[in-house]
Design a protein around this ligand. Structure first.
Ligand code: ADP
Ligand code: GLC
Length: 492
């Protein structure tokens, strides 16, 4: 076997320490899978105040204390703490970059009270990106690859190629950048650029400037040695249109030969109905009948009445434009005419929450809503629902449709990005879910209606459930693709 690689994986969210969405799941499960395949991989993330020192047994690394990290004219001090994540076999070391001024807060990107982004997110993540590189030097651990995720880590490829371009420590390091969502770019007013310490000449439209702003994502797309995104279909979509490429499709198309779509996997240690401690009753494909007990527990939780013949549709989501809940709201009166129940777990846009709340008041016997972030309830919804609704406007990959299939919960999805790549429309006994193409409330209602028709043919429905449960969405295959890409860059 060829020599194992050293990889540093950089992310602003890692489950179980900090999570606002799927990035956290991926940043924990992908490194574990890469480690399992024989490579040395470590993770670096910010140490937000809410990450409990006691619960996660964080410990200081003495030689990584008081590292001066340039932010604008000043040097801010960083300290590094460490902990681990593990599955049954392997442990992955996690480094936390700590600075009370930037990360001693209750939110990840925004204040939980005001739901407004922190005003100094530019400085926070300039500090983080530069701090990651300064930490590596102090640590004396020289990875072959730095694998950066989303805009929060986007400046790292830029620093490696410019500010640290002549530094022998970084000379042979290659950078990989994964796009989890083109809509979040980290675009800040032009003056932010000076705080980064990056060379002036790159702040041009052919460089890291986009529409007058300093754009962290663009910095990554410009400098990274390879770019990946989380499904093949999304890789195509973001090059093809201005809307999907969120204004950066020109640069993406230019880098097309370095852009790879590698589908996310899911962590079967965490999302497996046979071992899931967070659900009411465990089951698998052989004991599929036990799923019903989870449905009973779930409807009770939402104060709905259990009825054997009525399908329960679940949804778990960030409530933001991307996720298509405007379609659900537009379709709500029509959906409620169907003989179904609907439960939603979501957090995000206050206006969307309010609208769902008023529909819940209008249809109290058919609909339940819970606003907030609740991991335990998310597992129960996956286990207890009959169908799972994901009508996304766009979806780079999406994890919940894959969790759903594992739990025998049939996904009803819009055919976009990773949803299209992972769900096969059911027909003639084959397929794993129900898909619709057009972003239109009528199409959504039709798709739910079609799913209900199958639901009322129990043998067909069981087949559909089983098809989904039999799918293998484990990380193994994708982890191999990442490793092959790392080797290709290193020419090893
Ligand atoms: P995205 O990253 O765009 O939000 P994904 O489908 O990739 O979408 O991942 C979403 C992840 O966040 C899943 O693990 C899902 O269960 C979780 N999640 C989203 N909203 C909530 C919530 N309100 N409570 C608990 N978990 C949530
Ligand atoms: C983003 C995307 C989602 C994807 C996740 C993990 O948040 O919106 O589709 O599954 O990242 O890659």
């Amino acid at each position: 076997m060829s020599k194992p690689l050293n990889i540093l994986f950089v992310s602003s969210e890692v489950d179980p320490f900090a999570k606002t969405g799927g990035l956290a799941d991926v940043s924990s499960s992908l490194p574990k899978a890469i480690k399992e395949s024989g490579h040395e991989i470590r993770i670096m993330m910010p140490r937000y105040r809410f990450i409990s020192e006691r619960k996660f047994k964080l410990h200081d690394i003495i030689r990584l204390k008081d590292i001066p990290i340039p932010v604008g004219e000043a040097a801010e001090l960083g300290n590094v703490k460490s902990s681990f994540i593990s599955n049954l076999k392997d442990k992955v070391q996690v480094y936390f970059l700590d600075n009370a001024k930037y990360f001693g807060r209750d939110g990840v990107y925004q204040s939980p009270a005001s739901k407004k982004d922190y005003q100094d997110n530019d400085e926070r993540f300039i500090f983080f990106c530069r701090g990651v590189l300064e930490t590596l030097k102090r640590l004396g651990w020289q990875p072959d690859i730095i694998h950066c995720n989303d805009w929060q880590a986007g400046l790292i490829p830029g620093y490696v190629k410019t500010v640290y371009g002549d530094d022998a420590f970084f000379k042979s390091i290659k950078t990989v950048f994964t796009i989890h969502n083109m809509a979040y770019q980290g675009a800040f007013p032009g003056d932010s650029f000076q705080k980064s310490g990056l060379p002036k000449e790159i702040f041009v439209p052919e460089g890291v400037e986009a529409y007058g702003k300093f754009n962290f994502l663009k910095t990554a797309l410009y400098f990274a040695d390879a770019i990946t995104t989380v499904s093949k279909k999304y890789a195509e979509e973001i090059c093809a249109s201005d809307e999907m490429g969120a204004g950066l499709n020109g640069l993406l198309a230019h880098r097309k030969k370095d852009l790879h779509g590698i589908l996310n996997g899911i962590d079967y240690h965490i999302w497996n109905p046979l071992t899931d401690e967070l659900i009411y009753r465990k089951y698998d494909v052989k004991s599929i009948e036990a799923k019903i007990d989870n449905k009973k527990a779930l409807v009770k939780r939402f104060n709905l009445e259990y009825n054997d013949t009525i399908p329960l549709v679940g949804a778990i989501s960030r409530l933001v434009d991307q996720k298509g809940f405007d379609l659900v709201l537009e379709a709500m009166d029509d959906l409620m005419k169907l003989d179904l129940q609907f439960v939603l777990l979501g957090a995000g846009d206050h206006k969307i929450e309010k609208k769902f709340e008023s529909y819940q008041k209008k249809y109290p016997s058919k609909m339940g809503v819970f606003f907030g972030f609740d991991d335990e309830l998310a597992h129960l919804i996956e286990a207890g629902s009959d169908m799972f609704l994901m009508p996304s406007r766009y979806e780079p990959c999406g994890l919940n449709q894959m969790y759903s299939m594992r739990y025998g919960t049939v996904p009803v999805v819009r055919a976009t990005g990773g949803l299209d790549d992972t769900v096969e429309d059911y027909a003639g006994g084959k397929g794993t879910g129900v898909k619709f193409e057009k972003y239109d409330p009528k199409e959504l209602v039709k798709a739910v209606h079609r799913a209900m028709k199958i639901y009322h043919q129990p043998d067909e429905w069981k087949k559909l459930m089983r098809n989904g449960m039999a799918k293998d969405f484990s990380w193994e295959h994708s982890a191999r693709q990442y490793a092959a890409l790392y080797r290709e860059l290193l020419k090893q």
